[in-house]
Write a protein that binds this ligand. Structure first.
Ligand SMILES: NC(=O)c1ccc[n+]([C@@H]2O[C@H](COP(=O)([O-])OP(=O)(O)OC[C@H]3O[C@@H](n4cnc5c(N)ncnc54)[C@H](O)[C@@H]3O)[C@@H](O)[C@H]2O)c1
Length: 375
């Protein structure tokens, strides 16, 4: 590939932003053009940590977007800014890498999709980072290969107390976090939608939420989300961003010819087990444990799993490389605003369903959703 140099602007550079910036800087085809954070001290400190000049800092988004040689931005600010900042960057003609959630306002989410429809040459990506996890990739392929037959039920949990220490206290505030689904539970929904994509699409959502919060979240932190697929299969997501011990990313995929369980709270060799009429003679095998799996079915020892709270192990390099490769190839990502819209729609539908106390169809009726969410 004849790679051209890509000028990068960062929007936010805290915990996740610094991890991503380091991965961008590791690429020979990227040069940093600027960093926007409202707080000079924090912005300059982040630049120092990644070995860049403090002169890259700017205190205005408009100034960043007006810089010469800026091709792409990476948005890693608090959730409530993602929608407006991505739309400003799109209007300025930039490619956009956006941390999840894509937006906390429904109207901004619609505008992102509409922009992409009319400007397909601008590459966009929502960082549903578990898309790049090697266990999740394997699971998608196993389902596509029919190892479990037709999947009839799939459960994916996200229960993990999100970090609100120090400056991350913004995650408690309704106007900055948006909602608990977009904040984190969306990871489980993205895994569910991508795992099922070879067999079915979500068509209806029923959700309930609980406002009980130990740490002072201004939005309900506990969610039960039930997803119906267009072939009759069902999905369940148990979410909690407030409390728990460890990271519960439990998966149970149940099909007509097999099943897989991923238990993130178990010790590593026991975390994954599956059976398949097609592949294991209908016996349970543990593909991370050489003592309980035939050599031919063992997975590589470096197989990543989705239960690490450490973003460095959350495939940040793969996410950044994917975005840059999409730009270099001029090819839209499966995680673009439009291509990943169904994942966000399941989240919006869950918010509506919990308020209305009834199931909500997806894709949403945009007029109905707009009137529900306002704007
Ligand atoms: N995909 C993942 O696995 C993952 C993991 C962690 C965080 N995230 C996402 O990354 C984003 C940042 O989270 P974090 O944990 O790094 O938070 P953080 O508090 O550590 O960092 C926030 C950064 O945004 C800057 N900021 C504050 N207000 C801003 C504004 N108006 N415009 C631009 N920058 C602003 C701060 O100066 C800071 O640099 C969130 O959207 C979060 O959902 C994603």
């Amino acid at each position: 590939m004849n790679a051209r140099l890509i000028g990068l602007g960062m929007i936010g550079a805290g915990w996740m932003g610094q991890a991503l910036l380091q991965k961008f800087l590791a690429r020979a085809d990227v040069r940093l053009v600027g960093l926007y954070t409202p707080d000079a001290g924090r912005g300059r400190e982040a630049l120092r940590v990644v070995g860049q000049s403090p002169d890259f800092w700017t205190g205005s988004l408009d100034q960043l977007l007006a810089k010469p040689h800026l091709d792409a931005v990476c948005i890693v600010s608090p959730n409530g800014f993602h929608g407006s900042q991505s739309l400003a960057a799109l209007c300025a003609g930039k490619h956009v890498f956006c941390e999840k959630p894509a937006a906390t306002k429904y109207d901004e989410f619609r505008q992102q999709i509409e922009w992409e429809r009319t400007h397909p040459h601008q590459i966009t990506m929502v960082d549903y980072i578990l898309y790049f996890d090697s266990f999740e990739q394997r699971l998608r392929q196993m389902i596509a290969d029919g190892l479990f037959g037709t999947v009839t039920q799939i459960q994916i949990n996200y229960r993990h107390p999100v970090n609100i220490t120090g400056r991350k206290v913004w995650k408690l505030k309704a106007d900055q976090i948006g909602d608990a689904i977009g904040m984190a539970i969306i990871h489980a929904l993205s895994v569910m939608v991508f795992a099922m994509q070879s067999q079915a699409k979500p068509c209806r959502v029923f959700a309930t939420s609980q406002s009980r919060s130990l740490r002072g979240f201004e939005v309900p932190p506990i969610w039960d989300i039930h997803v119906e697929f267009d072939n009759g299969a069902t999905g369940t997501c148990l979410g909690n961003i407030d409390h728990g011990l460890g990271y519960d990313a439990y998966h149970h995929v149940h099909g007509t010819d097999g099943a897989l369980v991923f238990d993130s709270l178990a010790d590593r060799p026991s975390k994954v087990r599956y059976w398949s009429a097609k592949q294991t003679g209908s016996r349970w095998v543990y593909p991370l444990d050489p003592n309980r799996c035939d050599a031919a079915l063992l997975w590589p020892p470096d197989t990543s799993t989705p239960d690490s709270g450490d973003v460095i192990h959350h495939q940040t390099a793969a996410a950044v490389n994917h975005f840059l490769d999409c730009i270099q190839r001029g090819q839209q990502s499966p995680l673009s605003f439009a291509n990943s819209a169904l994942i966000a729609e399941v989240g919006w539908a869950a918010l509506m369903s919990a308020m209305l106390r009834r199931p909500v169809d997806v894709p949403l009726n945009p007029a109905e959703a707009k009137s529900f969410f306002g704007g």
